[in-house]
Design a protein. Structure first.
Length: 218
């Protein structure tokens, strides 16, 4: 009887440890999610974008999702254009101005550098509903206008040069993603179905937003 009591207590302790570990992992993933697709800047968030973040499992994280050996531009394109139904639920990928932060469900994360002179801007135009966002999450952010035809122009405010001028279609997640020069202030204009939205953006600072969700088409 005594052995059974001790065995049960040991079993209960092991279960408690497992539950605590699971809770910790979920908390880690949640903190990355909030920083990746919210209105928080790095100074307000948990610092997940820091190059000193845990990178011990970087090879496993990328390899587990067939991303090993790929540069940031390739990873971003694959994940941002992927059908929503096919997107991994155990992977977070947050775009910062200088790096792509990739993390798994255990809270392990790694950093993949972005091109030095390019900035990836994710835009989710909307008509009725949107969400607050600062750093775009490739696996969790959703916009209202999925697979919608739009026209996008981006103009460098200092030079007047048109950086982007194209007809395009939003991805299945409701976003469009464009690579533009780093170090500029620019004006973004989107038109769709006779409606237009215009706003200013910046790619000058290391905490500039990579996720633009405030463009309401009117």
């Amino acid at each position: 009887m005594t052995l059974n009591i001790f065995s049960r207590r040991n079993h209960d302790r092991r279960q408690s440890v497992k539950r605590a570990a699971g809770a910790y992992a979920m908390a880690a993933m949640l903190s990355i999610t909030l920083a990746a697709c919210s209105n928080e800047s790095p100074s307000q968030g948990d610092g997940a974008g820091s190059p000193s973040a845990s990178q011990d499992a970087s090879g496993d994280i990328l390899a587990d999702h067939n991303l090993a050996g790929k540069d940031a531009k390739t990873i971003i394109t694959e994940l941002d254009t992927m059908a929503v139904a096919n997107r991994p639920t155990n992977l977070m990928a947050s775009i910062r101005p200088t790096e792509l932060i990739v993390a798994n469900e255990s809270g392990d994360q790694t950093s993949v550098p972005l091109p030095a002179n390019e900035f990836y801007l994710s835009i989710a135009p909307y008509v009725n509903q949107t969400h607050e966002c600062h750093f775009h999450s490739l696996t969790t952010c959703r916009g209202e206008m999925a697979n919608a035809q739009i026209h996008l122009t981006i103009v460098d405010k200092a030079t007047g040069k048109t950086v982007v001028d194209e007809d395009t279609t939003t991805f299945d997640n409701g976003f469009i993603g464009v690579w533009i020069p780093k170090g500029i202030d620019a004006t973004v204009t989107i038109t769709a179905d006779g409606k237009t939205a215009t706003t200013d953006i910046s790619t000058l600072a290391e905490d500039d937003a990579t996720c633009l969700t405030t463009m309401q088409l009117l």
